[in-house]
Design a protein around this ligand. Structure first.
Ligand SMILES: Cc1cc2nc3c(=O)[nH]c(=O)nc-3n(C[C@H](O)[C@H](O)[C@H](O)COP(=O)(O)OP(=O)(O)OC[C@H]3O[C@@H](n4cnc5c(N)ncnc54)[C@H](O)[C@@H]3O)c2cc1C
Length: 597
């Protein structure tokens, strides 16, 4: 039996003690975000996810979704509909949506805590409401008033869900190749025709309508990404007055059989002269999609975090319980037939790696989400620009590192169970299978790395990196005389310098050869993620020391975990830096034709 208990204490520590969210929310004018209200909401979110969603995780995996070939209808696993109804009735769907559209207007970074719980409890179920959030953002920022009235409110209220329809059989990463067509109709709508594949929640039985946001080309559209427009295509037609009409020309052709997230329907969607409405400007569809994709990328990073934490929780409980061999330095529990495996250094290596990446990843991602709140609410143009640059810089790091660490942590946690992790009974292999998709969808790790190094660093002159390094320098300066933090601030300040130097080196090499960017990008992404986490671990130690709510046990726990992080994980940057410094030559020297010669 695989269990999940929301880590409320660490979530609160991160949000309130490390990030100072209470004061931030008050400054940004989130009237509903009072500490007592937030505490009550977190308790209730934990109850909902632990008692309603978590019990459906294993059965959803075993039973999966079903597709009716005759009607194209998709059924979700047993219990998913009822859980969704409870989710909507509890007001969870609109927690962070604007009040003007029926939401509760809570901060995005507060909603991320609920999101982590949902993903840890039941990732596959969480995929149904996941893209509603992105659709809400796209409609809010780019929709015409009638589109907002007709589509936004039902999505916020949870009566309908949203999807994101980008991928086609011949194009995933390279959206410039997409072929789906949009032909104008006399009434101002468009007839959409084409095939989209791998569409998460493309069809299901949780709601009676689904709002697809579809990328397609107008008849006169230029080739490539400059000719892409975005269309709202509902499963059931909706008039300008919001009235539901007949069934639209969109239908699920089949569902995919896949490695994990079996409870999440991954659909081939056939659009056959389906009625759609242009959202945003013609040929500027990627702007709309990026609004969706940016929130979705942070959200997928949180999926990695949630799965890592659940896997870690189960591995820790098992390691305390499972008796095998004696400690190398002599029996630690002589009254038992053998010591629990948590005494063995290698088991501790795996557990501590998970713990350090989970708690560090929580600080990194929650902080990135606070930038969304700042952008949304601040009146200060400088603060807004800075938050925007920082968020743009952090998004690929959160998405790619937290998901790659999700794969790593679920494997470490499985390994702690020995052979019992590989068999289905303990649910560890499901977590490892489910985690694997997160490094792929919403842009693969390689694509996040190119976004970070190619766009956010090289094209945009690294403004976000400068802000982050500024945060490190400010923290180190603030604690310059603090002996208790010196073991962290010293190495951290050195890493910040190395980070800048490495970035300059890559930039110089790339002047003569653009392949240098691609060759350095994934190592640079991980390097950045590990240095960023070092900053957050140093801050965690300082926050625990300062927090009146922290006990001595928590202070010791944070300090020792930070020490582990600096001693055993931060040195991974050495290997990434060395790989970066070899340049592109070792990757490109072998002719593609000779790989199998
Ligand atoms: C379960 C599941 C759910 C999904 N949900 C959705 C959804 O809801 N909506 C949607 O639109 N799509 C969805 N997708 C599609 C997903 O986003 C794509 O699979 C993903 O973006 C990668 O595209 P691809 O599979 O075509 O791989 P490709 O683009 O063919 O890439 C193959 C490999 O080449 C690498 N690569 C490609 N180009 C470059 C480059 N320029 N530089 C370096 N490396 C490169 C990639 O990193 C990857 O490793 C889903 C996929 C799955 C499996």
């Amino acid at each position: 039996m695989n269990r999940y208990e929301a880590p409320l204490r660490d979530m609160r520590f991160t949000l309130f003690d490390v990030l100072g969210a209470e004061a931030l929310y008050a400054r940004l004018g989130f009237a509903g975000a009072q500490r007592d209200v937030m505490d009550a909401v977190l308790d209730e979110a934990a109850r909902f996810t632990q008692t309603v969603l978590a019990p459906l995780n294993a059965s959803g995996d075993a039973i999966g979704c079903a597709h009716n070939r005759e009607t194209g209808a998709v059924s979700s696993p047993p219990g998913f509909i009822q859980a969704y109804q409870q989710f909507v009735e509890g007001g969870w769907n609109g927690l962070v949506a604007p009040e003007a559209f029926g939401g509760q207007g809570m901060p995005e970074s507060f909603g991320v805590v609920l999101k982590e719980m949902i993903d840890a409890a039941n990732l596959a179920w969480g995929n149904y409401p996941l893209l509603s959030h992105g659709a809400t953002e796209a409609l809010r920022h780019h929709g015409e008033p009638w589109q907002q009235d007709a589509f936004l409110r039902p999505i916020v209220e949870g009566r309908w869900t949203g999807t994101m329809c980008l991928t086609e059989p011949h194009c995933g990463t390279d959206l410039g190749l997409l072929k789906t067509k949009a032909v104008p109709d006399a009434d101002g709508s468009y007839a959409i025709s084409g095939t989209k594949i791998f569409i998460t929640a493309g069809d299901h039985d949780l709601t009676d309508n689904i709002v697809h946001l579809v990328l397609a080309r107008l008849p006169d559209a230029p080739a490539g990404t400059k000719g892409i427009s975005t269309f709202i295509v509902p499963k059931v037609r909706v008039g300008r007055d919001g009235a539901a009409g007949e069934r639209n020309g969109v239908r699920c052709g089949s569902i995919e059989h896949k490695m994990g997230i079996h409870g999440s329907a991954t659909c081939v969607m056939n659009f056959d002269d389906a009625q759609g409405w242009l959202i945003g400007q013609p040929n500027k569809g990627l702007q709309v999609m990026f609004t969706m994709m940016n929130t979705a990328r942070l959200a997928v990073g949180i999926q990695g975090l949630g799965l890592s934490d659940r896997a870690y929780q189960n591995a820790l409980a098992y390691a305390r319980d499972r008796l095998q061999m004696r400690s190398l330095s002599g029996a630690k529990f002589p009254d038992k037939p053998a010591d629990p495996i948590i005494v063995h250094p290698d088991v501790r290596r795996m557990l501590l790696t998970c713990k350090a990446l989970v708690e560090g990843g929580r600080m990194l991602s929650y902080h990135a989400a606070t930038m969304v709140d700042v952008i949304e609410r601040t009146d200060d143009a400088d603060e807004k620009r800075r938050a925007d640059e920082l968020l743009g810089f952090l998004t690929p790091i959160v998405k790619a590192c937290l998901t790659e660490w999700g794969v790593e942590c679920t494997y470490h946690a499985l390994q702690c169970f020995g052979g019992h992790g590989y068999i289905a009974e303990h649910g560890m292999e499901q977590l490892a299978r489910d985690a694997r998709i997160t490094t792929l969808y919403e842009g693969t790790t390689g694509i996040q790395a190119l976004d970070l190094l190619g766009r956010k660093i090289m094209q945009l002159q690294g403004a976000g990196l400068r802000h982050f390094i500024g945060m490190i320098e400010a923290f180190c300066a603030e604690h310059a005389g603090d002996e208790r933090l010196a073991e962290f601030t010293g190495p951290l300040a050195a890493k910040a310098k190395e980070w800048q130097a490495l970035t300059m080196e890559i930039g110089q090499r790339a002047v003569g050869n653009a392949d240098e960017i691609g060759a350095a990008s994934v190592d640079y992404l991980f390097y950045s993620g590990y240095v960023a986490l070092a900053y957050w671990w140093a801050r965690a130690v300082a926050a625990a020391d300062a927090a009146s709510s922290a006990t001595d046990d928590i202070r010791t726990m944070k300090r020792e975990t930070a020490r582990f992080y600096f001693a055993r994980i931060l040195p991974r940057t050495l290997s990434h830096a060395a790989a970066i410094r070899t340049g592109a030559a070792p990757l490109l020297a072998l002719d593609a034709a000779l790989f199998d010669s």
